[in-house]
Design a protein. Structure first.
Length: 89
């Protein structure tokens, strides 16, 4: 259970596997707690609805292509995050 006064305000989170399941759940949860959320997945097209739902609820979210098995993809995702919502903090 999350403490009632727990906040991620001012933080940026990068969530891997955010296109479905637990990744999508935690992206919504962290956004609801005030974090800016960078949502990563191999199929970035599957992130559009998630990012839109977070933004519609007043949160900040960004979709990035991310394959955690590919070092170049990880570097590119962090570069995109830094240019967008900022590096994870």
């Amino acid at each position: 259970m999350i403490q009632p006064n727990f906040s991620l305000q001012g933080k940026t989170a990068l969530i891997t596997g955010a296109s479905s399941g637990l990744g999508a759940h935690f992206a919504r949860l962290f956004a609801g707690l005030g974090a800016k959320v960078v949502c990563g997945a191999r199929r970035v097209d599957r992130l559009e609805a998630l990012v839109a739902s977070i933004q519609d609820a007043g949160g900040q979210a960004q979709a990035v292509k991310l394959d955690v098995q590919d070092e170049a993809s990880v570097i590119a995702a962090f570069d995109a995050a830094e240019a967008g919502l900022g590096l994870p903090s």
